[in-house]
Design a protein around this ligand. Structure first.
Ligand code: SIN
Ligand code: FE2
Length: 217
């Protein structure tokens, strides 16, 4: 009886898993919003297409990217930075949909960061084989705000290390609907994504989409 009750509560409450001090994995937190998120994503993609950006070292990234919000993260031969306009079209990035802003704020609050007000959302598209090497998110002015990262589609292995590149990262399997929040003492943690395994997701297809919300300014 008691066990049954706990199981049914576990079904409806998304679980919170501490990854490190200031870092939290909220399993399934975005699942209730999946249809709305997918609909607005299509809209964004129509205005600002996914593209493989070039690193300062001259390599095309395996992850395809676009952005929404006041600012978008870009890279090219001259470096990493935030830009108000999409360099491909010269137009402002699509506005951040209310559904994105709300989800990011609610996830941050669940993880203990109240009043998160992102002005940038980097949208990453991983097709099988795409990966992201270990890096810190440090192009933002404000490290007081956390990073909120939403996973949709195929599962991925997320690597989460410490504040030094040499800290051995832990591996977390992120599934459709999972949200990771890192801030405070974990704000500058090195993180990355292992090469995406092939598969087919019922709603998203043969890819993984990651939304990364930041307060850039
Ligand atoms: C990122 O660090 O920008 C992406 C993380 C992810 O795809 O989960
Ligand atoms: Fe990152």
């Amino acid at each position: 009886m008691t066990a049954d009750l706990f199981e049914s509560i576990a079904d409806v409450l998304p679980s919170r898993e501490a990854m490190a001090e200031g870092a939290m994995l909220l399993r399934g937190f975005a699942s209730p919003f999946e249809s709305e998120l997918i609909a607005v994503l299509r809209d964004i993609e129509r205005q600002a297409a996914f593209r493989h950006m070039i690193t300062p070292g001259g390599h095309a990234m395996s992850v395809a990217m676009t952005n929404c919000g006041e600012l978008g993260w870009v890279t090219d031969r001259s470096g990493y930075r935030y830009e108000g306009n999409d360099p491909e079209t010269g137009k402002p990035w699509p506005a951040m949909p209310a559904a994105f802003f709300r989800l990011a704020g609610q996830a941050a609050a669940q993880a203990g960061f109240s009043e998160f007000s992102p002005d940038a959302c980097l949208i990453n598209r991983y097709q099988p084989g795409a990966r992201m090497s270990l890096h810190q998110d440090k192009d933002e002015d404000d490290f007081g705000a956390p990073i909120v990262s939403v996973s949709l589609g195929l599962p991925a292995i997320f690597l989460f290390g410490g504040s030094k590149r040499s800290d051995k990262p832990r591996r977390f399997r992120l599934e459709h609907g999972d949200v990771v929040v890192w801030g405070g003492p974990s704000r500058l943690a090195f993180h990355g994504v292992a090469p995406l395994a092939d598969g087919e997701h019922a709603l998203i297809g043969r890819q993984r989409i990651n939304l990364t919300f930041r307060k850039a300014r």
